[in-house]
Design a binder for this molecule. Structure first.
Ligand code: NAD
Ligand code: UDP
Length: 320
């Protein structure tokens, strides 16, 4: 049986493809290479267990699969990750993000229902918006401005969650929703705009790190290997049909602290330049992961020092 990974050429999706292939699974990666990169998956292209389809989840999924003669009924699990995820892209591609997360997610759930596949839907901590509850548990409904600068992504993912619940209730589709919190690691795009690759490239190139606002805002950063374990555990667990789980780190740090860590790690002479906050990013973000710990037996295992070190090694190799 086969796993379909939408967004499989992206940062998270490509690590997921690696992990599934390492476990002996057959993997189809469907990606439009919008924010993904061929180099994330090119090491698999000559494997018979791996199929890459250059397609868009907003188009007919069956038709996209037929271009590579894939039998749709062979697909028994779908990891639905396709969506740009960088705040920089929320500003430049809001319509693409909104339609990917509405029409695209509807298409994937309909397809899964037709072929009777289990789905894992990648939602996000952004559905909590600017949270009034801290840390954020799954029961918290969030605080999102439908007209705000991040709304195409936030409302798109919220609709995705609504569709997940609707397909579960109306058709009994087994769809599990993971709310991913900030995840970092090798294969993020250098110009992605998210904080870890941005700071690392600035540090390595000897430029000042651009901290937005006063740098007292917090994030909780999860290393990619931990994220992949969490996603796979949720997909494989029993008793999660229609359910939702936060997957993230509880080690909350300020952006100032992160900048200082990266300056120290790289040994750069760069300083910090403070710039205005470009969007309505939340001042604090940390997941309540008690549900994942209790019901999935999952918790983060990799500390920030080690994860940043691994990420830096990757970026240094890319720059050679
Ligand atoms: P990414 O941009 O690296 O990967 C997204 C992938 O989806 C890319 O390869 C892109 O080309 C593909 N894609 C986008 N729109 C598509 C479409 N219409 N059709 C087909 N493919 C399309 O981002 P990522 O960080 O790997 O995020 C993956 C998923 O995880 C996203 O759904 C994102 O919302 C979610 N997520 C990620 C984080 C994080 O910190 N990385 C946090 C919360 C949620
Ligand atoms: N940030 C920053 N400088 C940058 C990029 C990001 O200070 O060059 C800040 C951003 O304002 C936010 C945090 O780092 O408070 C995390 O930003 P990111 O874009 O990685 O993800 P977000 O959590 O906002 O979706």
């Amino acid at each position: 049986m086969t796993r379909l990974v939408t967004g499989g050429a992206g940062f998270v999706g490509s690590h997921l493809c690696d992990s599934l292939l390492n476990s002996g699974k057959q993997v189809i990666c469907l990606d439009n290479i919008g924010s993904g990169q061929y180099r994330n998956i090119e090491h698999h292209l000559d494997k018979k267990e791996f199929e890459f389809i250059n397609g868009d989840v907003r188009d007919d999924i069956g038709k996209s699969l037929s271009t590579e003669s894939v039998n749709p009924d062979s697909i028994d699990r779908i990891y639905h990750l396709a969506s740009r995820a960088s705040p920089k892209d929320f500003r430049s591609h809001p319509i693409e993000i909104a339609t990917t997360n509405s029409q695209g997610t509807y298409n994937i759930f309909s397809f899964a229902n037709d072929v009777d596949a289990r789905v894992l839907f990648a939602s996000t901590s952004e559905i909590y918006g600017d949270p009034e509850v801290h840390p954020q548990p799954e029961w918290y409904a969030g605080n999102v401005d439908p007209r705000g600068p991040r709304s195409s992504y936030q409302e798109g993912k919220r609709l995705g969650e609504s569709l997940a619940v609707s397909f579960y209730k109306e058709h009994g589709l087994d769809v599990r929703t993971a709310r991913l919190f900030n995840t970092y690691g090798p294969r993020m795009r250098p110009n992605d705009g998210r904080v870890v690759p941005t700071f690392m490239f600035q540090a390595v190139e000897g430029r000042n790190l651009t901290v937005y606002g006063d740098g007292t805002q917090t994030r909780s950063l999860l290393y990619i290997a931990d994220q992949i374990h969490g996603l796979r555990r949720l997909m494989d667990a029993t008793g999660f049909a229609g359910d939702v789980v936060n997957i993230g780190s509880t080690a909350e740090i300020t952006i100032n602290e992160l900048a200082k860590m990266i300056i120290q790690l790289t040994g750069t002479r760069s300083g910090i330049t403070y710039e205005p906050l470009p969007e309505n990013g939340p001042p604090r973000r940390r997941p309540d992961i008690s549900k994942a710990v209790r019901r999935l037996g999952w918790k983060p295992t990799i500390d920030l020092d080690y994860g940043l070190d691994q990420t830096l090694l990757y970026f240094e190799n890319q720059m050679r």
